[in-house]
Design a binder for this molecule. Structure first.
Ligand code: ATP
Ligand code: MG
Length: 421
């Protein structure tokens, strides 16, 4: 029986991969403009990193991690998200010793054992950025501006920025009491997951896909912020306004990771249904201390490439593959000459293709046409014998004869002349 790919994984095939490259190019361009440098961390980490850094009470750690025990000793997990690894690398490699802030980005596969659906896979890809070393709300706004800039360049439309503040350990305690008192009356309508969240991290009940909407009159953190968190949130809004970035305040945004404080945000599209969250992030000022015993504030987001590609099917298109020159060849000797010629062309930055299928001349011309090549060099046995090859411009049908002796140079010359026409 033929072997198939694991459930929830996808092959990114030629054609589609060209759109991925376009998108990744845009992401790298934007990062260069904003001063973010790439970081590449391992695909697997010690399981403990995610348990601590993502949070024991999260769906990711509870249900979605791919974990394996190596030689009966150490437990590792495939990365389910990017932040924990980056923060570990930041502390372990002492990036905090350089002038701050540290501005990083990554593009990485992530792994989560979820039920596969459109826009939800077991191996998917995230672009993410992290800024460490600054508490400033201006950074929070800049991080959002990076996502907005990428959306604009990809042509993605109707993506709404939702912002919230989830407070800090100082103000959250008193609020949790209020929320728990409220939820206590609703325990009989909560789903099983939420009963668990009620104990471990009650705020997460508010963004439950099943229960969230039922809790219309719940108290929200945003109404109980301490002065510092309140000021930070107001400042964020002023910076967003200064950059003309539209947003709505959505007090239900809590985010799936346990470590967020102050700013939490999501970019949501109305166009891809249940998998509408394209990008989510927030501030995690306590995380680096938790992971690496170094206190340094941070903020970042993760953006799903598959989801953004779904949203930009009409606007983010890849150019069709084309070749400058196709060398049509018949017979062994012409075939060898073709090898020499395409090598020379490619060395001179001219994209070139040749026959490898021993097709007839007619079939080769048809294939060259399908490839969309601009020029064909015809090298049959007759041409080799007469010492004259035919060089043809496909669109106009215009053709000239080139001497077979020294044809590489003659070709480059002919191409240069063509360019000035
Ligand atoms: P969701 O609520 O859709 O499960 P999440 O809160 O688990 O999302 P994050 O952990 O914040 O998502 O990940 C950041 C982004 O990565 C998401 O906004 C989404 O675009 C993408 N993403 C998350 N899980 C998947 C997945 N299984 N398949 C494809 N993309 C995903
Ligand atoms: Mg999820």
């Amino acid at each position: 029986m033929a072997i198939t790919a694991p459930r929830g994984t996808r092959d990114i095939l030629p054609g589609e991969s060209a759109r991925w490259i376009r998108l990744e190019d845009i992401m790298r361009e934007v990062c260069a403009l904003f001063g973010y440098e790439e970081i590449r961390t391992p695909i697997f980490e010690k399981t403990e990193l995610f348990v601590r850094g993502v949070g024991d009470g999260t769906d990711i750690v509870q249900k979605e991690m791919y974990t394996f025990v190596h030689r009966d000793k150490e437990s590792f997990a495939l990365k389910p998200e990017g932040t924990a690894g980056v923060v570990r690398a930041f502390t372990e490699n002492k990036l905090y010793a350089a002038p701050q802030p540290t501005k990083l980005y990554y593009i990485t596969p992530c792994f989560r054992a979820e039920r596969p659906q459109k826009g939800r896979y077991r191996q998917f890809h995230q672009f993410g950025i992290e800024v460490l070393g600054s508490k400033s709300a201006a950074v929070d706004a800049e991080v959002m501006a990076v996502a907005v800039n990428i959306f604009e360049r990809t042509g993605a439309q109707n993506i709404e920025l939702n912002i919230n503040s989830v407070g800090c350990p100082k103000c959250r305690g008193a609020y949790h009491e209020k929320l728990k008192a409220y939820l206590k009356e609703k325990l009989d309508i909560l789903c099983e997951d939420c009963l668990n969240r009620y104990e471990k991290n009650p705020m997460r009940v508010l963004d439950c896909k099943e229960d969230g909407d039922k809790l219309t009159d719940a108290p929200f953190m945003i109404d109980y912020l301490c002065e510092e968190c309140g000021d930070h949130f107001d400042e964020l809004k002023r910076h967003l306004a200064a950059m003309d970035i539209a947003y709505i305040v959505n007090p239900r945004i809590v985010r799936g990771l346990d470590y967020y404080e102050k700013t939490a945000f999501e970019f949501v599209s109305k166009e891809i249904g249940a998998q509408g969250t394209v990008c989510g992030g927030g501030r995690y000022d306590g995380l680096s201390d938790l992971i690496g015993d170094i206190a340094s504030p941070g903020i970042g987001f993760g953006l799903g490439l598959e989801r953004l590609l779904l949203l930009t099917e009409a606007t983010l298109t890849a150019p069709q593959r084309t070749f400058d020159v196709y060398v049509a060849c018949i017979g062994r000797k012409a075939g060898e000459a073709a090898s020499r010629i395409v090598k020379h062309l490619r060395d001179n930055d001219v994209s070139a293709e040749r026959d490898y299928m021993e097709r007839s001349l007619k079939a080769q011309m048809k294939y060259a046409d399908k490839l969309g090549v601009r020029y064909v060099l015809l090298l049959g046995e007759a041409e080799l014998e007469s010492g004259r090859a035919i060089f043809k411009e496909m669109q106009s049908g215009r053709q000239v004869e080139l001497p077979v002796a020294g044809i590489e140079e003659a070709l480059i010359k002919a191409l240069n002349e063509e360019e000035t026409k």
